[in-house]
Design a protein around this ligand. Sequence first.
Ligand code: KG4
Ligand code: ZN
Length: 364
Amino acid sequence: MAPFLRILGIETSCDETAAAVVERDAEGVPTVRSDVVLSQLEEHSAYGGVVPEIAARAHVEALDTLIDEALKRANVSLSDIDAIAATSGPGLIGGLLVGLMTGKAIAKASGKPLYAVNHLEGHALTARLTDGLSFPYLMLLVSGGHTQLILVRGVGEYERWGTTIDDALGEAFDKTAKLLSLPYPGGPAVERAAKAGNPQRFKFPRPLVGEAKLNFSFSGLKTAVRQAATEIAPLTDQDVADICASFQDAVSRTLKDRIGRGLERFKTLYPDVEQPALVVAGGVAANLVVRGTLQALCDKNRFRFVAPPLHLCTDNAVMIAWAGLERMATGVAPDDLDVQPRSRWPLDSSAETLLGFGKRGAKA
Ligand code: KG4
Ligand code: ZN
């Protein structure tokens, strides 16, 4: 029998302020007791990207109320909580400071332990909460800030197999949308426009296809989109649709190559895993072309394709509470109250730091 655990989670690493209460009973059955998320989309949309200063202020204004709301919806008080889990990296330092300091203050005042959680670990472990996955499995994180393929071996045991060397995939969608004067965030706008487009009209590059290392690169693709758009300007709606469809086609072919190699490497490494799985997380997981590509790839390689519900794929505090819970249940010691936030914090500390790391910003 495992101990009953109930954790309060706090997430403030980018442009969502979030708080949640998650518990796991003695049989190991998890329950999300509350899940509160406040998106700052409107505050940032005029700038075409996340403005760190605006984000930090918005977190300060909203967080206390959100935590109260999360406790209220869960019908618990702080004394019913076993630990506090707060995101302490990677992300925008101002926002991280707000969330981690609040977590520390609550921990100090209540005498409960604090877990300083890596945001990427939250994404990596979500599929165990939603789908009860067992280790090991592969996780593809495709958001506005990250594009990473990670081998999840256990709680605290991660191997980064690939990452972007320049832009994150969501960022590439956002920049493409901006070039074509489509609204922010760009992903949904590009996907919508692409529906009426011809994916074969433009032959955009498929960066790093064929490379043995499983990294990604999307900035060349963005440049190719800019060139194509400049050459045929002024653009008709059909031109925009064709560019978007061709862009998604290039993305899809790149993913097929990169992730396909990842699945093969997994099978070689773990021939005895009966039901290997690929989990997808991040906002780009909403894209139906991307999903279709990954699903087909998994079917072909006999992998289970796991896509948690979208609100748990994008940034939320449930995943942070859950990661804290998993760490506590595994016997990981809580963090000291002098723990500091880290804007860069790779899950896999042995992985080399690459120049571009897909950090989204209004200036980008
Ligand atoms: O995980 P997420 O919500 O947040 C952060 O990265 O913080 O991801 C947001 C990213 C944005 O770049 C957005 O354009 C992209 O996910 N996105 C999409 C779609 N919906 C959101 N990209 C492609 N197709 C979509 N349907
Ligand atoms: Zn995230």
